[in-house]
Design a protein. Sequence first.
Length: 345
Amino acid sequence: MTTGVKARSRRGGGRPTIADVALKAGVGAITVSRALREPDRVSLELRRQIMAVVEELGYVPDRNARALASARADVIGVLVPSLTNNVFAEVVRGIYDGLDQSHLQVQIGNTHYACNAEEDLLRIFLSQRPSALIVSGIDQSPVARSLLERANCPVVQIMEIGPEPVDMMIGFSHHEGGKAATRHLIEAGYRRIAFIGARMDPRSQRRLAGYRAAMEEAGLFDERLVTTTIRPSSVSMGSELFREAIARAPALDAAFCNNDDMALGALFECHRQGRAVPSDIGIAGFNDLEMMEVACPSVTSLRTHRYEIGRRSIAMALAAIAGHRPAEAIVDLGFELIVRESTKR
């Protein structure tokens, strides 16, 4: 009997095929395919037999060939604006954990907060005919929006909610989050509350709008209390902008920072200037990263459910791929205000 290995050597040493695996395992090619793609449909003993041959031959599925056969690649494209930001690292971790038992793979694209980069990556991803797309935010350019609407695959927008999803959407309201954090500072007795923000992408703009709404409702809004920059966010930037905020409004008694890096920078600057937190200055951040709890004093922050957003976004995509679309196209996971020492007078 001619074995799969011998047959492969006669073809010039090319990579093993699914037919080689089937021949050596003594089963049909369809059974091998099912064991690889839907292992629950194959008995454990037979699956072990097939996987032993797969390992022995070094067989790797030809995803391009499978894509041609199924008209879809076994890939879910994921677009995020940053891979170093802890916020999006948690989202990606949730996506991978949610995909753990699937044959599909994740392909990640980093847009670097740039519209043209997002458009270019979408064109690349769509040329590969992905099974689904997960994209961060709701502020796609008209070109990107059009590409997503014509994607012919499930699309999940994440980390925000809005009235007009391309397809499906899961996240929370940045406007309401900014409003809630500011209201907390007002209720804690602070009155000259600054807003400190960097990069000022659309999500940060909505947090600023929420801050302004809360301050106006309380009759406390003053344009001099707003200090922002389009430069990237960092702890050092938080310190720098807090110094600017103090110079603009010397009587300020609190700061709502549009993320936790900025809040930590403001806290460090308070220490340098001898301003007591929370008695002299109250500080609140946004996202509630781990460092907020271990800072001294611990820092109040608005907790966003980033991991859960990632995990549930992939569940929504997988359900839609299987033809079971979620009953609700828009899922609001909300947020949680975590009150700590930095705002407890």
